[in-house]
Ligand binder design. Structure first.
Ligand code: NAP
Length: 318
């Protein structure tokens, strides 16, 4: 198993984790019974770095994971997030990093997750109204209380990372990173590396697009959130297929799947990078897990680097 050490405090996680978001919201219909089976399968193969957030569902994704944790807490490296406020009815209520809110969210997550500690607790989005030092200060108190083990940030800027890290060591930055989303490479990833902060790549398969499975909007269910994402307009899908064609060509030469090439490329960007592909299917879980032993040659990596660097992706990522 390929292990990544996140941050100077040394949180060790498998390089390939499991994103659980789609099991409860955003990517069309899901089925709790099937998801629970998949989570068991993930534990069996060692894919134990699980990613959730209070706002997925909202709230139901943590509750789903809590069902597994009731019997298997020690086997899981559990990451969850707070900071994007949702109502029980799904309403979007803004962002908060207020210290009291942080503490209340943590207690609520612990309850839903059926556990008394979270391994990696992320601020989901920085709150422009609350200095990050205050939010991270509240998270540091949670560490002292034993409610969380390590602190992470999601979608933080280089400046946020610096300020936060001076308040308490930050173990991981979680941000979107894949062949069609490479903007972190410019300033944010170098800053994380300078500070010794690990990197967790979310949506490493381009929300499924880079696997080649999405060729038209009709390939998505009617209630799929991606239909409202600019990169999934008919025009964007048609244009961005050229990137998928490149991935497919390399996959065919290597006799692996396009999803594996896309994921292997993310992991090939550094030993301090873990990825959390999301899936609801056993077959995909196995393919993603197997990717940790797939090595891109220097030529393949360079080809993908060059192509994706110059390729003009149509559509903003949000
Ligand atoms: N911090 C943040 O703001 C943030 C934002 C977004 C996501 N995340 C986290 O990152 C995780 C992963 O991101 P994501 O789910 O958005 O995108 P992703 O991992 O790039 O792609 C997930 C999609 O790809 C499909 N898929 C997975 N493996 C596949 C394979 N081997 N072959 C073909 N298709 C495959 C999945 O299908 P099925 O589901 O049908 O199996 C799903 O539609 C999430 O679960 C969540 O935990 C965090």
């Amino acid at each position: 198993m390929k292990i990544v050490k996140l941050g100077q405090q040394g949180l060790k996680v498998p390089a390939v984790g499991l994103g659980c978001m789609g099991m409860s919201e955003f990517y069309g219909q899901s089925d709790d019974t099937k998801s629970l089976k998949l989570l068991d399968e993930a534990l069996e193969i060692g894919c134990k770095f699980w990613d959730t957030a209070d706002m997925y569902g909202p709230f139901t994704n943590e509750a789903l994971i809590g069902k597994v944790l009731a019997d298997h807490r020690q086997k899981v490296i559990l990451a969850t997030k707070f900071g994007v406020k949702r109502g029980q009815d799904g309403a979007w209520l803004g962002i908060s990093g207020a210290p009291e809110y942080v503490k209340a969210c943590c207690d609520a997550s612990l309850k839903r997750l059926n556990t008394d500690y979270i391994d990696l607790y992320y601020q989901h989005r920085p709150d422009p109204e609350v200095p990050i030092e205050e939010t991270v200060g509240a998270m540091a108190e949670l560490v002292k209380q034993g409610k969380i083990r390590y602190i992470g940030l999601s979608e933080a800027s280089a400046q946020d990372l610096e300020k936060a890290h001076h308040t308490h060591p930050i173990s991981a930055l979680q941000t979107e990173f894949s062949l069609w989303t490479r903007d972190v490479e410019e300033r944010i990833l170098p800053k994380a590396r300078e500070l010794g902060i690990g990197f967790v790549a979310y949506s490493p398969l381009g929300r499924g697009f880079l696997t080649g499975a999405i060729k038209h909007r009709d390939d998505l269910e009617q209630n799929d959130w991606r239909l409202s994402n600019p990169r999934f307009s008919e025009e964007a899908i048609a244009n961005n297929q050229k990137l998928v064609e490149k991935v497919k060509a390399i996959a065919a030469e290597k006799d692996v799947t396009p999803s594996q090439v896309a994921l292997a490329w993310v992991l090939a960007n550094g030993d301090d990078i873990a990825a959390i592909p999301g899936t609801r299917h056993s077959k995909y879980l196995d393919l993603n897990w197997a990717t940790q032993v797939i090595v891109l040659s220097e030529k393949e990596k360079a080809e993908l680097d060059d192509f994706s660097q110059t390729f003009k992706v149509v559509g903003e990522r949000y």
